[in-house]
Design a protein around this ligand. Structure first.
Ligand code: NAI
Length: 470
């Protein structure tokens, strides 16, 4: 205990999903909480990540809906994009959520400090460089949740105009006529999809043989086909060598075997790196790996007793909802509740490009690689009434189940989806996989009709050896 420091049950460094979840959940359990944030409450997710990205993708969805209006008997004129208005709407959604979150933290009596928090010996967190001035806090427990920043690559200096990361792209006042997206992961595919639907000519350059690493190949194939049909040039298995700014504007990006493309903008989306270097940590036993991740055990405990780390700062899936879960896990652990660890191999994944992708658990390939004998069921939205009504028949649900000794389908190992609103349909698949449900258990449940989610029920039912429509 340091006499000069203000004392709290828990001091949380970082006000993103990991940090604010720990603060809200801890406060609801009666703990006194300090939350230190150097930027805006809500972190990457709310300010420069999930929320703004999905908000801009919604503009693309509206654009697509208008484009197909004539099919529904609605004559419209060609829509004209004013991206500055799009940005105003995006910002108002963010502002509303930040205000709501700030109000919630105040209501739960979480004390928020504005500044950079660094952890030293004895659980002392020094706050500096912000509106809260220079101050020392002491936490009986400390939770590190400083998040991540975009990873950059050599030869591509981010200038916010010709070369951007997600941080800058999300605030552009107008979209470029053409762009190269380096990296075909979740961020790259979401941005490529959004920009293409709003009129940008997009090329994706991905080093691996496949875009969307971790997705089942059948699912990726559907995304790839849609991207190609919409004019997105997807180049996989290519190494980007550099770029040269052009006098006439834009830049020429070289890649692969001497190939090049000249575009107005380069979007670097090659992953994110943990932001651990701001945390101080001298005089503590907190260990940081070469990757920059803070090292933790299965309950998010660092090497320093009484100090936990959660969210993008640790080497678990960099997803806001995983950070929420880790924030709550840390609180339960420090309360001595003996919480079960998170099974990070079975967390939900949702990617909001068009068509949307969602999945949980094993893909067919990863299940086979893990030694499972599997039975697979695939059903397409083209046979689903609601999808046809929406005019979105593209996509499928794929269920991967373990083959029992008698040859029938048993435990559900994974569910992978691509198509309309699949990010909203993953819930029951998530529960099935994480409750180790068997095909027969799930097939017995009724799916409401007509819904998109019937396709999941239909895909599971088919694994019983009998079926309705599929
Ligand atoms: P990522 O790691 O998912 O994908 C990056 C891609 O870039 C990989 O496919 C990689 O092979 C490729 N790459 C790396 N270096 C390259 C190079 N020099 N040339 C060409 N390709 C290269 O990272 P991403 O998409 O930037 O996302 C960062 C994190 O944020 C991820 O952990 C992701 O899960 C999370 N995220 C999740 C979203 C969602 O769930 N909807 C949305 C956005 C981000």
């Amino acid at each position: 205990m340091v006499p000069t420091a203000e004392n709290f049950d828990v001091v949380v460094i970082g006000g993103g999903p990991g940090g604010y979840a720990a603060a809200l959940y801890g406060a609801s359990a009666g703990l006194s909480i300090a939350l230190v944030e150097k930027g805006t409450i809500g972190g990457t997710c709310l300010n420069v990540g999930c929320i703004p990205a999905k908000e801009l993708l919604e503009t693309a969805a509206v654009r697509r809906a208008i484009s197909s209006a004539a099919e529904f008997g609605l004559r419209t004129s060609e829509p004209e994009l004013d991206f500055s208005v799009t940005q105003i709407r995006k910002q108002s959604v963010i502002d509303g959520l930040v205000a709501g979150l700030t109000g919630l933290l105040a209501k739960r009596k979480v004390t928020v400090f504005d500044g950079v928090g660094t952890l030293g010996a004895g659980h002392v967190v020094s706050v500096s460089g912000g509106a809260s001035g220079e101050i020392e806090l002491h936490g009986d427990a400390v939770i590190l949740a400083s998040g991540s920043v975009p990873r950059v690559i050599g030869g591509f200096d981010v200038d916010g105009a010709t070369v951007v990361t997600s941080d800058e792209l999300l605030s552009l006042q107008s979209l470029p006529a053409s762009a190269v997206v380096i990296g075909g992961g979740a961020i790259g595919c979401e941005f490529a999809s959004m920009m293409s639907d709003l009129g940008t000519r997009v090329t994706i350059l991905e080093a691996l043989p496949q875009i969307l690493p971790g997705c089942d190949e059948d699912i990726t194939r559907v995304v790839l086909r849609s991207f190609k049909q919409r004019g997105i040039d997807v180049r996989t298995g290519v190494k980007v060598s550099g770029h040269e700014l052009q006098f006439t504007g834009g830049t020429t990006v070289t890649f692969g075997d001497g190939e090049s493309v000249t575009v107005d903008m380069v979007v670097v989306s090659v992953g994110r790196r943990p932001l651990s270097e701001v945390l101080g940590l001298s005089g503590t036993a907190v260990q940081v790996a070469d990757s920059g991740h803070v090292m933790v055990d299965e309950r998010c405990r660092t090497g320093e007793p009484g100090v936990w780390a959660v969210g993008d700062l640790i080497a678990t899936p960099a997803l806001a909802h995983v950070a929420f879960a880790e924030g709550m896990l840390a609180i339960r652990d420090l309360l001595g509740e003996d919480p079960p660890p998170i099974d990070h191999s079975r967390v939900p994944w949702c990617i909001y490009c068009h068509p949307e992708v969602s999945f949980v658990g094993h893909s067919e390939a990863s299940a086979r690689a893990a030694g499972f004998d599997v039975v697979v069921s695939k059903h397409r939205y083209a046979g689903n009434g609601r999808a046809l009504i929406l005019g979105e028949p593209e996509g499928m649900v794929k269920v991967i189940a373990e083959r029992d000794e008698d040859g029938s389908a048993g435990r559900i190992l994974g569910v992978h989806m691509v198509g309309p609103w699949v990010t909203e349909q993953l819930g029951q698949a998530y529960l099935a996989v994480n409750w180790d449900a068997r095909v027969d258990d799930v097939a017995a449940f009724i799916q409401p009709h007509p819904t998109l989610s019937e396709l999941f029920g239909e895909s599971v039912l088919a694994l019983t050896g009998r079926s309705l429509h599929g």
